[in-house]
Unconditional design. Structure first.
Length: 235
């Protein structure tokens, strides 16, 4: 196990036997950021590939458990060094860590992770943000332009009411397709917005995440660095 310290960030890294895919680069890193422990999984077919940091919906949604799904459908590890980040309060986080979650703390944490990843790889980072993760990533990109090459933002949560309405309409449309019968069943359980209860919010996120995976896989966005939808200079 290797340990390094940089400012308010302490890093404990160890190699793990992957249960996700088979990669020459596959390690779990525990980062102590502003007094909280957060995990990051790094995977790639070889060292030296351009870095991509995935920022999931959060807070409360563990991304490490979703890594296998991302790898199966997107296969980003073939072209990038991919980091799956479990945000503050996710996974095996303590109750104290979970209670300290706010939009401000999530942005602060992400800025530190981006700087660390850029220094670790010696390259600017492409950030892939999904849902609320895209909102956090957009704010972090304004502050960390020198460390971010591009930002790919999917379904930004900027207006909750409008976002819920748009998500419901999108899910309704997709649930009518013949190959989406499971989504139709879950849509009946979900019901119309608003989604203020944790159970309904999580179900909404689960349905959207599965469909986002299908969307990205369909368009084969395996070169998102060159496809950059937002670059820091344009923010």
């Amino acid at each position: 196990m290797a340990t390094t310290t940089c400012g308010c960030l302490s890093i404990f890294a160890y190699w793990s036997k992957s249960q996700r895919g088979s990669y020459s680069v596959d390690k779990i890193i525990t980062l102590t950021i502003n007094g909280t422990n957060q995990k990051l999984c790094l995977c790639a077919v070889r060292a030296g590939l351009p870095p991509v940091l995935i920022v999931q919906a959060g807070p409360g949604f563990t991304l490490l458990n979703e890594a296998a799904k991302f790898q199966q459908r997107l296969q980003l590890e073939q072209s990038f060094s991919v980091a799956y980040w479990d945000q503050r309060g996710c996974g095996q986080a303590s109750l104290r860590d979970a209670k300290s979650v706010s939009l401000e703390t999530q942005v602060d944490d992400l800025c530190i992770v981006v700087r660390w990843f850029a220094e670790e790889t010696g390259q600017k980072v492409v950030v892939l943000g999904i849902s609320l993760g895209a909102t956090i990533a957009l704010q972090a990109a304004v502050r960390e332009a020198s460390s971010i090459k591009a930002l790919v933002a999917v379904s930004i949560d900027a207006d909750t009411s409008a976002s819920d309405a748009s998500a419901f309409a999108f899910l309704q449309e997709k649930s009518t397709q013949p190959d989406k019968r499971k989504i139709m069943r879950l849509m009946k359980k979900l019901g119309p917005p608003p989604y203020t209860a944790p159970s309904s919010f999580q179900l909404r996120a689960r349905l959207l995440t599965d469909l986002v995976h299908c969307y990205l896989n369909f368009y084969k966005l395996t070169d998102i660095a060159s496809a950059a939808w937002f670059v820091p200079e344009q923010l």
